[in-house]
Design a protein around this ligand. Sequence first.
Ligand code: ADP
Ligand code: MG
Length: 476
Amino acid sequence: MGKSAEIVWSNCLEFIKDNIQEQAFKTWFLPIQPVKLQEKVLTIQVPSKFFFEWLEEHYIKLLKVSLEKELGKGAKLVYSIVMDQKYSGKDPYTVKIPSSNREKVQPQEVDAPMPIDSKKVKNPFIIPGLQKIKIDSQLNVNLNFNNFIEGESNRLARSAGKAVAKRPGGTSFNPLYIYGGVGLGKTHLAHAIGLEAKENHPDKTVLYVSTEKFIQQFIDAVTSNNRNDFIHFYQMIDILIMDDVHFLSGKKGTQEAFFHIFNHLHQKGNQIVLTSDKPPVDIQDMEQRLISRFKWGLSADLQVPDYDTRLAILNHKIEKDGIEMPEEIVEYIAKNIKPNIRELEGSLNSIIAQATLNKKEITIELTKKTLANFIGNSRKEISIDYIQRLVCDYFKIPIDQVQSKTRKRDVVQARQLAMYFAKKYTKASLSSIGSQIGNRDHATVLHACKTVANLSETDRVFRGYVEDLNRKISMG
Ligand code: ADP
Ligand code: MG
């Protein structure tokens, strides 16, 4: 009766433990389960494919020596991997991979698409069905380039997106960083890039993920001790599209993980597409090294669409949905609904709904009545100028003082309060707030916001000012 797999493996572990760092031992060897011993072949189960790659890349020599010590010359190792397809929702399955006897394996080889005549290629890594990870790209087919109307407001971002979809990783737009306010088309463009890249490069793995989902996955991974697997999974994507990266703000752990993913992908020349509601410099509570990476490629903004683009978007939607609507009405909507495309679509939808539900003809009266809500809301939007005047009024300071370079204490305070409320009540970026209030830079605005927040906590009189002003501003 020979030794059992358990005994052989536990002896191997003894040896391995003495030869590597404790942390590495815990991370890479403790999770391994011995499965089977047949003659001189030991099968071990590893938690993931990444694990297997890592062991092969870093510890193959050590594994080999330890195994030969136990089983003699000719000892062999086979990995058993449970392919937990949690990202595609399919059932897990197991693959068995013999260890290569090479000492260094480039992980990229594992991902290489299988050549047609692969049967002739003697490469233990080419296992049918495993050579390429199969994942659901999470793309919405309706958000394609055909449905994305081009206009002055999106020209740069759109053409950069097209270029990236044509040659992912092959342009200097890496990462492609698309930013703009809500409802201006970031998510739509992100999907369009993914869809077109996939069409142009069917062999590449494309993944769209919202940053919120990414954060949730990261938390889950950490909780279940799979942080490395999480990172490795993302490191295998050829074209990674991450929507709303500003949500990483303040999430230190996730930022760190994303940093490793970003570096790995960028080094491999894989494409990264990011969207955000702000330019990189304005994202708060974000590690500097990430912000600087966001700026490596191209930052392109989506602006508020002009009248012609709004009209074109409406007409496109009307045509696509097969709706009949007098041109006069379409023009009325395009003229009056300005803030973003989501509201534009929303107002169009509610007019159609009103007409359908009440079996009424779509008339200009019905349109005006229906849009009253939308228009009312958008008028309410508070401008930086308004805030500035209100603050100056309150402290009885002439507005040109706040706009000047003066460092007089009461003026500085008014300026900081104006900045703070502009940040709170408008969608303007820090740099745009700074340029409108006293021509300062974004760092000054950030500092002002922090100062106001701190003083409100420590100084009762000051808190009174903030509360007064807050009431006045929010009442419009
Ligand atoms: P964001 O992600 O910037 O908040 P979305 O991408 O969700 O905005 O866009 C809001 C809505 O406007 C979506 O329904 C989208 O399809 C539509 N949309 C945005 N940009 C365009 C465009 N250029 N052409 C047509 N529809 C657009
Ligand atoms: Mg979005």
